[in-house]
Design a protein around this ligand. Structure first.
Ligand code: ADP
Ligand code: MG
Length: 235
């Protein structure tokens, strides 16, 4: 449960009823999320307006749901109006990059709880879980809507052509302040520079602190981003 100072006491998830699917709202209610946190109130509508976002908010402020909720909604939107998009019905539309396998598991479990009532329409895959490469490749042939991975795993799967990001719509880099220092620097650069990504896609950088690494990623990944800085007084 986030610190109550991080919760947006003036907001409710119901106020997003016009942009969020009722199945997501039901799942959030089951999670006991009565009110959005400040970062969620700000990020969710901007994310659904397709803006690039750099969100800096302290640990425990609910950044995971701030990006997972719009990711799920975007998949539902893409599938409900396939004719408006050139994408095939089934393609990997979102990639969540995390620095560690442990975090990939936490994010996956958070996403599973959010898609609880719409898991027929949204399939997700944590490619860091399990050690069976064959299984991972089989799953990837299903082109999961949302893939959760470390940069090294992502790059390996891209290079072996097990994963295609040709139809990527949204890229998230979680713990952006840590991801480069976890030894993923080269991998991240190769993911961006290796011709694996489409020309246009949306990116979110989520971070607890603003560091040089976050600035580097901002230059590498973001286009005209909205910068959300919460608790500026803490610096
Ligand atoms: P961060 O990534 O910013 O460090 P998390 O996304 O891990 O924070 O969230 C911290 C905790 O707060 C988690 O246990 C999460 O389930 C919970 N949480 C997130 N959003 C809400 C909310 N709107 N209401 C209640 N609890 C929430
Ligand atoms: Mg986090």
């Amino acid at each position: 449960m986030p610190d109550e100072r991080l919760v947006d006491s003036k907001a409710t998830f119901a106020q997003f009823g016009h942009i969020l699917d009722a199945r997501i709202l039901r799942a959030l209610a089951d999670l006991g999320f009565a009110r959005p946190t400040l970062v969620q109130t700000k990020a969710i509508p901007l994310a659904l307006e397709n803006r690039d976002i750099l969100a800096r908010a302290r640990t425990g402020s609910g950044k995971t749901a701030a990006y997972c909720i719009p990711l799920v909604q975007k998949v539902l939107n893409a599938k409900s109006s396939p004719s408006s998009s050139e994408s095939p019905l089934q393609a990997t539309r979102a990639l969540v990059l995390v620095p560690t396998r442990e975090l990939s598991e936490q994010v996956t479990s958070h996403l599973r709880s959010i898609i609880k009532y719409c898991d027929k329409d949204v399939n997700i895959c944590n490619v860091c879980s399990g050690t069976n490469n064959h299984l991972q490749r089989t799953v990837l042939s299903d082109k999961p809507d949302i893939v959760i991975a470390t940069p090294s795993k992502t790059l390996a799967l891209l290079q072996s052509k097990s994963l295609s990001l040709a139809h990527l719509e949204t890229l998230v880099i979680d713990e952006a302040d840590l991801i480069l220092s976890y030894g993923h620097d080269d991998d991240v650069r190769q993911i961006f520079g290796g011709g694996h990504l489409p020309k246009v896609f949306q990116t979110f950088l989520m971070s607890a602190t603003m560091t040089e690494d976050v600035e580097t990623l901002k230059g590498l990944a973001l286009r005209s981003p909205v910068i959300l800085k919460l608790e500026e007084d803490e610096d």
